[in-house]
Design a protein around this ligand. Structure first.
Ligand code: ATP
Length: 228
């Protein structure tokens, strides 16, 4: 029996964030990367929030439920709740490390699956502060989303590392399961969760900034209201 071609292996994108709440900027980014890189699926992975990062507090279960509503009916987008499950299992609030998530996902999907971890250029600039950052490429490719006009780091450890691993053609992502860095330039919608939380706190409409189903959920549970 011949070995299956790598291109026939599943290809999965992973996009982490607080999603507090998820909005159309996140959803369009996930969809566009999936389409452009021809990934079978894109997973949105909410991270556990340290207590008191934001006021008012919104429980992890609400952030997760809103994400699930947001992707319902879009077969290419999935929710991956591993970091919330891990945080719930470690009540002592151990930090949630990306390296743990990608290692776990690699074990689940097997050695041949193509996995692309998507991060913003802002995160790339401080990548060397991440726990075991050099090992990330043992498990996944890194897709760095750059807004037009952003430039990659030019000096320092991350710049050197980027020189070694950066590819010039996105097709190369499908030629091996992990180990490469691709810079994807995208125009991002000018929406932020901070702005949405602010609008909700002052009683202003957030219509069209996030899916209707998510707005319905926020209003049902009175999330982000100043007196919540
Ligand atoms: P906050 O305003 O609370 O910081 P946020 O809107 O930036 O939230 P996060 O959940 O922190 O959202 O971000 C998750 C990921 O989505 C990050 O990689 C971030 O760079 C990216 N992101 C944030 N806003 C947008 C947007 N408008 N379009 C595309 N991606 C975005």
């Amino acid at each position: 029996m011949s070995t299956p071609e790598l291109s026939q292996q599943p290809s999965v994108g992973l996009f982490g964030g607080t999603f507090n709440p998820v909005h159309i900027g996140h959803l369009r980014l996930a969809l566009e990367i999936r389409q452009h890189l021809q990934l079978d699926e894109m997973r949105l992975m909410p991270c556990a929030l340290p207590p008191h990062r934001d006021a008012p507090e919104v429980a992890a279960q609400h952030r997760l439920a809103m994400l699930q509503l947001a992707v319902a009916g879009e077969p290419g987008l999935q929710v991956d709740d591993r970091e919330l499950r891990r945080a719930a299992a470690h009540a002592e609030a151990r930090p949630s490390y990306t390296i743990d998530s990608v290692a776990e996902l690699r074990t689940e999907l097997g050695p041949q699956a193509v996995i692309c971890l998507c991060i913003g250029m802002d995160s790339l600039l401080s990548l060397d502060t991440w726990h075991r950052w050099r090992e990330l490429l043992d498990f996944v490719h890194l897709v760095v989303v750059a807004r037009p006009g952003w430039t990659a780091p030019q000096s320092g450890d991350v710049a050197e590392w980027l020189k070694q691993h950066r590819i010039e053609d996105a097709d190369q992502l499908h030629q091996q399961p992990a180990g490469k860095v691709w810079l994807e330039t995208l125009t991002l919608l000018p929406v932020s969760s901070t702005e949405i939380r602010h609008n909700l706190a002052v009683g202003q409409s957030v219509r069209y900034l996030l899916p209707e189903a998510v707005i319905g959920y926020i209003s049902k549970y009175k999330l982000y209201a100043r007196d919540a």
